[in-house]
Design a protein around this ligand. Structure first.
Ligand code: NAP
Length: 252
């Protein structure tokens, strides 16, 4: 078990990629707290699934866009288990539209959730990790930060900023034993990508050299690696996990 006894916090853990990461961390022996926004049914089913595997898990309802919520979540984990040693900033949303039609509310909610949420939770744990001289921060970005699509100015801006934030914070925390990395997934089979997959799933598969969409487990395996002691000398990196999509090969 690569994360035995470690205390992890995964935002947006109830569904999709986050759910895959929660389960993978629990299988590796971590105590895992996760944040969800509103889907209690999904959160409850994850708690039951992990407890069924004898894992230790805690569900926290919160809005990552609210700094107070982040503080409250971290305080609750500290009180019950101890300081957070691994943070995965995964919660994210899309509100796609062509820029000229994009409502300010759609811009703000994506930036506040994806980038603001990453700031809020990182801010709530960073000082404790520095003091402990130990920590892992993993931010879930996207290949869209570098290879974008029409209608995604808000989402691409949030993910590009997450990559820049990852590098800048890594420089500040490296000497304190805390690594900060990002994972940039390609097309992963989750609720978030359902609309695009339903419309263009076969075409997307043709664009991916691996000829398949990714699964949450593909991202979870990378997260386990970055959280483990094997990755202790890796910091400030954006690890792309996309089956080769971003290599830009033309569809065959
Ligand atoms: P998803 O299936 O839509 O799940 C999103 C998760 O985030 C849910 O657990 C949701 O909670 C939670 N969440 C959303 N807004 C929140 C908020 N304000 N506060 C707290 N929790 C919130 O998404 P996903 O596809 O797994 O995506 C996860 C991350 O990967 C995102 O950052 C996304 O940008 C990134 N990503 C995804 C893909 C892809 O193809 N799927 C590709 C690249 C990057 P509820 O269940 O309560 O709503």
């Amino acid at each position: 078990m690569r994360l035995k006894g470690q205390i992890a916090l995964v935002t947006g853990g109830s569904r999709g990629i986050g759910r895959g990461i929660v389960k993978a961390f629990a299988r590796e022996g971590a105590k895992v707290a996760f944040v969800y926004r509103g889907n209690k049914e999904a959160a409850d089913s994850l708690v039951a699934e992990v407890q069924g595997l004898d894992g230790t898990i805690m569900a926290l309802q919160a809005d990552v866009a609210k700094a107070e919520d982040a503080k409250t979540c971290v305080e609750k984990i500290e009180k019950e288990w101890g300081p957070v040693e691994i943070l995965v900033n995964n919660a994210g949303i899309i509100r796609d539209d062509l820029f000229v039609r994009l409502e300010p509310e759609a811009w703000n909610s994506v930036i506040e959730t994806n980038l603001g949420g990453t700031f809020n939770f990182t801010h709530a744990v960073a000082y404790g990790m520095m003091k402990a001289r130990k920590g892992r921060i993993i931010n879930i970005s996207s290949v869209v930060a570098e290879h974008t699509n029409p209608g995604q100015t808000n989402y691409a801006a949030s993910k590009g900023a997450i990559n820049a934030f990852t590098r800048a914070l890594a420089v500040e925390l490296a000497s304190r034993g805390v690594t900060v990395n990002a994972i940039a997934p390609g097309f992963i089979e989750t609720d978030m990508s359902a609309a695009v997959r339903n419309k263009a799933g076969d075409l997307i598969k043709k664009m991916i050299p691996a000829r398949r969409l990714g699964e949450p487990e593909d991202i979870a395996k990378a997260a386990v690696f970055l959280a483990s002691s094997d990755a202790g000398y890796i910091t400030g990196q954006v690890l792309t996990v996309d089956g080769g999509l971003s290599l830009g090969a033309s569809a065959m």
